[in-house]
Ligand binder design. Structure first.
Ligand SMILES: *Cc1c(COP(=O)(O)O)cnc(C)c1O
Length: 221
């Protein structure tokens, strides 16, 4: 069996066990295969193993890889998990099924305009700077209520989830728990959190999607 297929099958097993161990339904957790910088051959291996959710962090790279793959696999669900520039908002709305990194008012305006223009309605998540780290993107937890209101009332944007990347080298549990509490407070069903190193913890804390790259495809070149 190919590495990617073996890794995916192990991950699915671990995800299932982690879900059951905390009394959650395994079907409530999507595995997003983060394929940034990975070659088409490995993405094809993942597709052959039944993987359909993919995450990319750059619009241009995703544009080069995914339209062709979609011809054969129209049920691919493509997530944007990296920073989005306003001048790429229209391209992102055209290509992605989920935009997980809405993090500022200007981008909300650009995405709203792109959705009106293209008629496309990708799912939208707000990225939260859950560790309040100055170098990180995302809306600060305290500013979230106002930003969500602005997205909804000013731009007509339906936000359905939150996404976060907790601080490195710290126990992620309190950060994941905080994100879930914020999502609960605002009745947002999707919680995207957890990567190769901490996806099990994220599931225990209530993730509905984990974003895993290295543990599927190996170390990025
Ligand atoms: C790269 C990336 C991931 C995947 O990280 P791994 O450690 O390779 O699993 C997840 N989320 C985001 C936002 C990323 O940029």
């Amino acid at each position: 069996m190919k590495d990617v297929q073996k890794n995916l099958s192990q991950l699915r097993d671990t995800i299932q066990k982690a879900a059951i161990a905390c009394g959650r339904a395994p079907e409530g957790i999507d595995l997003i295969a983060v394929s940034k910088t990975q070659p088409l051959s490995l993405i094809m291996d993942a597709l052959a193993a039944g993987q359909r959710h993919f995450g990319e962090n750059r619009v241009q790279e995703a544009q080069q890889k995914f339209p062709a793959l979609r011809q054969d696999f129209p049920d691919i669900c493509l997530h944007l998990i990296g920073a989005l520039q306003t001048n790429k908002a229209e391209a992102a709305v055209e290509l992605f099924d989920v935009i997980e990194t809405l993090d500022r008012p200007k981008l909300a305006a650009a995405i709203a305009a792109a959705m009106r223009k293209t008629g496309r309605q990708p799912r939208l998540y707000v990225e939260v700077n859950i560790g309040e780290e100055p170098q990180k993107a995302g809306i600060l937890p305290d500013a979230l209520p106002e930003f969500l209101m602005e997205c909804r009332d000013r731009h007509g944007l339906p936000i359905s989830g939150l996404m976060c990347i907790p601080p490195q080298n710290l126990d992620p549990t309190p950060y994941f728990t905080h994100l879930v509490r914020l999502a609960d407070q605002h009745a947002l069903p999707h919680r995207s959190m957890g990567m190769s190193n901490d996806y099990k913890t994220a599931i225990t804390c209530g993730a509905t999607a984990v974003r895993v790259g290295t543990a599927i495809f190996g170390v990025r070149g």
